[in-house]
Design a protein around this ligand. Sequence first.
Ligand SMILES: *Cc1c(COP(=O)(O)O)cnc(C)c1O
Length: 432
Amino acid sequence: MDNLKNRYAAMGVGEAVYEYGSKILEKLKDRFREFDETAEYNQLKVLDAMQKCMVSEACLLGTTGYGYNDLGRDTLEKVYADVFHTQDALVRPQITCGTHALSLALSGNLRPGDELLSPVGKPYDTLEEVIGIRPSRGSLSEYGVTYRQVDLLPGGGFDYEAIERAITPRTRLATIQRSKGYQTRPTLSVAHIGELIAFIKAKKPDVICMVDNCYGEFVERVEPSDVGADLVVGSLIKNPGGGLAPIGGYLAGTKECVENAACRLTSPGLAKEVGASLGVLKDFYQGLFLAPTVTASALKAAVFAANLYESLGFAVVPDGRESRHDIIQAVTLGTPEGVLAFCRGIQAAAPVDGHVTPEPWDMPGYDAQVVMAAGAFVSGSSIELSADGPIKPPYAVYFQGGLTWQHAKFGIMKSLQSLVESGVVEERALLC
Ligand SMILES: *Cc1c(COP(=O)(O)O)cnc(C)c1O
């Protein structure tokens, strides 16, 4: 009665799927040990920062109104600066999402006449309107900031010759996206980002190198700020919020870069001095404390899914053996039914809204219908187990998150069960 297989069966995962998944997992022990060791390293890094900054019970309380002298907020920003080895940080519930954090970093640090360079190809979709690649109200382009882009080479490497040519006396800031996001290019390792930054700085030392760190935090032992980035930026409803932060974004970097962004978030003259933390500080601290292990859970989930679906003949990016630099896993299922069944399986494993059936819909900003599976405690949180897939060729799903490895494992088992039940995967494929 009390064995695991029966528990899975009671929750709709049949024996064939359970045994097949277990066999795949057997081979992943060494990979998982690596993730656990990285989590241990980063757990100590976070703990050390909290102790050095003397986080105290009073820091967990919040302020209201202007938020002058908010001890918890100011201490938390010191903790982030210590974790990322930067001079300063801005960590606020007033930063509404990752896009907002990136927008603050860019608009705070660029001035009319400056040029922004992306040496790693097209940035994340939502940044197109921030920059003005797609004309948009209030974009950097409207403020006289120009944009130049150098695409990655076909193999995913940096096109150093083109980057060198693209750096002009007006180049003020280089934006470097670590995660592939929803593109097919490889995610950049921190070491690789370091090489790019060194190249840019050798050519023009005063270029601010900013890294979009979304989905990358705590995946490695080092962060881009350890290899020369002037500013790293991300969302608190991804890795560093540990699943507990209910909102927020962060920037960590040089004193000047952070101050410039703070002047945009609040106001020139007020900068970091205002911004009440309300009641979120305890969750920001505790979420950061949990973030290294939560990230490890998400990494195990990604690698399990990669190996499971690769073994069944589906294309996966990254593949089952590649080293990991973010938590996103793409699986190409090849048919609309496959995408739908996968997402429905993930949804059926959710602790919230597990009873609902995801349907494809016309999401603003997308050129095809998108189906999303998300049953999260924090709405839209993608450090929680989630998946989404545009209903268009090649019919791939993007899958990420998992607050606990045990839950993520169950979710992936459910996705396979759902594919079997809908006939996309034949049960006899699991028996060999
Ligand atoms: C999530 C993400 C963002 C920001 O997205 P929000 O939905 O606004 O938080 C930016 N860049 C990358 C690479 C991301 O993954």
